[in-house]
Design a protein around this ligand. Sequence first.
Ligand SMILES: C[S@@+](CC[C@H](N)C(=O)[O-])C[C@H]1O[C@@H](n2cnc3c(N)ncnc32)[C@H](O)[C@@H]1O
Length: 239
Amino acid sequence: MSQPAISKAPDRIAGMFDAIAKHYDLLNHVLSAGIDRRWRWRAIEALSLSGVERVLDLCTGTADLALAARTATPGAARVVGVDFADAMLRVGRGKLLHARLDDAVSLVRGDATRIPVADRAVDAVTIAFGIRNVERPAAACEEIHRVLRPGGRLAILEFAVPTAPVLRAAYLAYFRYVLPRVGKLVSRHDTAYEYLPASVDTFASPGEFVELLQASRFVDIRAVPLTFGIVYLYTARRG
Ligand SMILES: C[S@@+](CC[C@H](N)C(=O)[O-])C[C@H]1O[C@@H](n2cnc3c(N)ncnc32)[C@H](O)[C@@H]1O
């Protein structure tokens, strides 16, 4: 059944993430039972970094994936994280300072559909749980293609709804009833954790997202289900 569209106007999305920024990391780890770290690690592993790369982490939020790209062995030489939610970036900057990684990882305020990076300037682009929030994902994919050097790699993590009937029912029950209640209790935000399941329900299926990557001229596209298909890792290259 098709779901009603939800507003992804940039001001609304940035405002919502700003409002939950302080609780974001805790809720991420609790609501995913800690598996989110492993998903991010899989995304970095897919880049096959060798220690010299410049990595762009789009929709970086509190910079967990940017940090993982730098601290992997071997990791990226430099990482730039871009996000339009100021408060999320502030939390991220605190983590970089704490880890003494603020020289190798920088966080910049910007929109994924107008990336503040020169053409062909980065070796790899990552996005974790960000693309479904972008109002115009096709425009973001075009921009990613522009900033990647030829041959550069892309790794995107995003939620999906599993297809196996029992798992699907359990997942939807958790996403629609448990997660919004726990999220509201901890973050004290009325709607952010209702938006999350709605945004997953209405986002492209893995097949549709692969088609979008193809239309954006990426090559070697793969969609790998993680944790019974509740998350997909999409990988691709700029030809
Ligand atoms: C669910 S959080 C994910 C944060 C982080 N990547 C992680 O793995 O925890 C989504 C992030 O995407 C950002 N975002 C959504 N649309 C964006 C856009 N068009 N441009 C830049 N950032 C965007 C939000 O501000 C938010 O910080």
